[in-house]
Structure formats: C-alpha cells, structure tokens
Design a protein. Structure first.
Length: 424
C-alpha cells in the first residue's frame, strides 16, 4: 500500500513527488518524465518564461534551473530566452536527483477502494494507494475548434502534435490562434521552408514588452513589481498569491482562470514573426472541408458567424490549431482515466467542470488531489505555467499528510520511503 501515487511526471508531478519523498511518504510516480516537453513541442522552440521563474520545486530549493545550467556550463539570465530542449534536460536531471524512480507506465483507471483508491495500469497489476495526485499536464485537454473537428488527421492537427515541422516543407499551412504557440509555430514553419499564414479571431496580436531590469529603483519596483508571470501588481497577485485567488467566488475564479494573462507573443519572437508570416486577423471559421485534396476554410468576420456581411475562402494544405487547452473533468472521464462513479461525485467549479479544490489541492473525494491546469479555476492562472509548481507542491503534500493523519493510514513510520537515487 502506497501513501501517495503521483500520476504524471511533468513539472508539477515531479515537484509533488520531490516534496512527498522528502516528507518520508511511500510514493510511487507513474508517467513519462517531461513527456509534453520531450514529445509534443517542435524543435527550435524557446521557453517563454524567464529562467529564474521556471524552476521545478524541491523542499531544499537546490535543484533549480540555474543550478542545472551551471553544472553544464550553460549561461542563463534575465531577458535571455532558454531553448525548450535545455528546459527538458533540466526536468530529466531533476527527476534523476530529487524524485523517486519514475515508472513509465500508462494509468488506465483510478477508482474508489475501501482503503483509498485503486490504480489500474497498462501492463502491470492494479495496486492500492491511500491518496492519488493527478498531475496529468495539458495533453488530455487539447482544444480543437468545432469547424475543424471533422477534418482527417492528415489535414488538421493540434500544435501539440508536432515535434518536427520539417514535414511541412513546401506546403501551405494555416495556423489558427494568436498566442505564443501559434506565433512561434508559424515562425518555425516559415524557417523550415513551409508557407504559413496566421488566422485569428482577434483583431490584433498582443506582444509582451521587453522585460524590465531586475535591479530598479525602489519607487519603480513598488509601482511595477516583478513576479514569476510578469511585471505589475495584477501579474504579481496571479503569480505569488494563488491562495488569495482561491478565496474568491467560484464564478470569479473561473473567469480569471480563463481570461487573465491572455494570448500574447514573446518580445523576442516579434521581429522573426513579422518578417515571415502573413496574417488574417478578425476572422473566424464558419466551415472547414476537404476539397480536391486541400482544406477549404470559409471565413466570416469575427462577430458575424452567420456571414450576413459576406464570407471569404482560404484554401490550404494543412491546418494547425494552436488553440490551447481547455481543462475539464469530462475529458478524463471520456479517456476512462477516472471511474464514472468517482467522476460524478466530484464537486466542480466553472463552466468547464474542473474540480473544486481545498487549500491543500484535495478534491471533494477524500484522498484525490489535482495539480496543474485542472487547478486553475481554483487557484488562478499561475497553474497554467511552470511557475505554479512551486506554490502547488508543498501545499499539496501537506494536504496529503493531513488526509493520511485523519485516516490513520500513513505508512511513513511503518515502511521505508522509496529510496532516492544515490542515497538522496
């Protein structure tokens, strides 16, 4: 019997596991380490967040991105974008030093059990765990706009479905969206020999400004404080005070999670993008069909879905939807990950049906915890970023310990915790 099973081995899952192991909990970690970053981001991408705000979390704070880069002779600095590959390597380095051994098993079902929760996996026997933390990342919540959903996979894909964009060399590709994923994907397509265009409902593209220096005068620092998610008091609250966000009414939290820190491009990408990528702004898709081997998009002006003021047509070889991720428990139910009875029993928040979480990230089902994107409607937009792992990990593990104490079920003093590599 395990005290805690962590499902998912991205920044949130690894951070939770590091805190759990340090606390002496008998912990099992399941998933492919840094899977989203290793397998679902095109080569050539950079980390949008500042390196100093992109640390995974361990209790001692010694396994930082800066420490990893220093050990490899790599330079990091404020205002210097870091390659995604370097960040991925950092996550794997963290997993090898601060976390119990990660098992690359696919979890197929989590269901209630008399002693806690029963975890079923592909290729291994089911096992019982007193608590479970779901840190499944963003991939289960891929958002494809409705007009594109009937297109075949060879004509339409999500931006998270590509690691190598060379396959589109020489092709006309339409990228849908106006956030960093859309802007950087379109730029990389152009740099890999494709002919991209950007299509967005928004009437303009927002770009982040060049970051202000870390060292500034006291007045300026007070007026526009730095935070892990940007400069200014609003960003500071979302970044550094998710616990305050959780105290707001559910409808307010849901609105903040959906709208705060909206789509915008990184300052360092703007020149590369504007030199190479034509844009179609202020349009939304009415229909999308395959005709003569190409995709035909019928567009209307934003706010005129019926096309009362006319339509226009774009023909393209492939559509990439860089339209983000929409959290909701229903996606986990459709995938079969959560038992249907368990799913129906969970209290939810927001129109998308995300779990309502306690201050310790526990759902309404005792012993079931959530971390990452599904926690955004409870704690705000920082849960959409790596930076939120630092707030989450310690609090979630404290919530686990409270739950184990309440049930008298902790094995931490009865059986040894899972040993860390190298005796750590």
């Amino acid at each position: 019997m395990y005290d805690l099973t962590v499902i998912g081995a991205g920044p949130y899952g690894l951070s939770v596991a590091a805190h759990a192991a340090s606390a002496g909990l008998r912990t099992r970690v399941l998933g492919r380490p840094m899977a989203s970053w290793r397998d679902h981001m095109p080569q050539g991408m950079f980390l949008k967040s500042e390196p100093w705000s992109s640390n995974l979390s361990d209790p001692g704070g010694s396994h930082t991105l800066g420490a990893f880069c220093a050990s490899r002779g790599l330079r990091t600095g404020h205002g210097s974008p870091l390659p995604i590959g370097t960040f991925t390597d950092y996550g794997l380095w963290f997993a090898g030093r601060a976390v119990p051994p990660v098992e690359e098993l696919t979890v197929t079902r989590v269901r209630p059990d008399s002693a806690g929760l029963l975890v079923e996996t592909a290729g291994d026997a089911p096992f019982r765990s007193r608590t479970v933390a779901l840190a499944v990342g963003v991939l289960p919540f891929v958002n494809i706009p409705a007009p594109l959903r009937s297109l075949p996979a060879d004509r339409c894909s999500h931006s998270s479905g590509h690691q190598d964009l060379n396959r589109f060399r020489g092709q006309d590709v339409t990228v849908v969206g106006a956030g960093q994923a859309a802007l950087e994907t379109a730029t990389l397509l152009a740099e890999n020999g494709a002919r991209p265009r950007l299509l967005a409902r928004a009437g303009h593209i927002d770009w982040n400004t060049t970051p202000q220096p870390l060292r500034r005068g006291p007045l300026r620092s007070l007026r526009e404080p730095h935070s892990g998610l940007g400069t200014g008091w609003r960003s500071w609250v979302w970044s550094e005070a998710p616990g305050l966000v959780r105290r707001l009414p559910g409808s307010t939290r849901d609105r903040i999670a959906r709208n705060a820190l909206g789509p915008a491009g990184a300052w360092w990408l703007r020149d590369r993008f504007e030199r190479q990528v034509p844009v179609e702004l202020g349009y939304e898709m009415r229909t999308a069909t395959v005709t003569g081997g190409r995709v035909r998009l019928v567009l209307t002006a934003a706010g005129d879905p019926a096309g009362r003021h006319g339509t226009r047509t774009v023909e393209t070889d492939h559509v990439i939807a860089a339209t983000g991720f929409t959290p909701g428990l229903g996606r986990l139910g459709h995938a079969g990950l959560l038992d249907e009875r368990l799913l129906r029993s969970l209290a939810t928040v927001g129109a998308g049906g995300s779990p309502e979480l306690s201050a310790g990230f526990e759902s309404s089902h005792p012993g079931l915890f959530f971390a990452g994107l599904l926690a955004a409607p409870s704690f705000g937009p920082s849960m959409r970023f790596v930076h939120g792992a630092g707030f989450t990990a310690g609090r979630l593990v404290r919530g686990v310990r409270r739950r184990l104490g309440a049930t008298g079920g902790s094995t931490a003093t009865q059986e040894p915790a899972v040993a860390l590599p190298g005796g750590r």
